[in-house]
Design a protein. Structure first.
Length: 119
């Protein structure tokens, strides 16, 4: 299984970015997926997760109302639409595949894409 994240970049506060995560080598549609992020000097933190069919989503309080997780199972791709970005959103963003039957366990991770928000 490979997860390839892309779409990061440098954006001003208040701006938007859309991250993508292309999955290959597994059955994408059968797994919950998630986004995480890690800022310099900080631990990796949960951002959002989405169910297999995309009908159910859950967000960290820090991003709820600003970020939207979605997926296109026909394209084996996961997305994260990020609006109203803040400098504190600056981090390396990772996509990950959740373990079956687990709430907190993830077995495969992408390589990360850098998001930098300037004030």
């Amino acid at each position: 299984v490979q997860l390839q994240a892309s779409g990061g970049g440098l954006v001003q506060a208040g701006g938007s970015l859309r991250l993508s995560c292309a999955a290959s080598g597994g059955t994408f549609s059968r797994r919950f997926m998630g986004w995480f992020r890690q800022a310099p000097g900080s631990e990796r933190e949960f951002v959002a997760t989405i169910s297999r069919d995309g009908d159910s989503t859950y967000y960290a309080p820090a991003v709820k109302g600003r970020f939207t997780i979605s997926r296109d199972n026909a394209k084996n791709t996961l997305y994260l639409q990020m609006n109203s970005l803040k400098p504190e959103d600056t981090a390396l963003y990772y996509c990950a595949r959740r373990l079956p039957g687990s709430v907190y366990g993830y077995d495969y991770w992408g390589q990360g894409t850098q998001v930098t928000v300037s004030s």
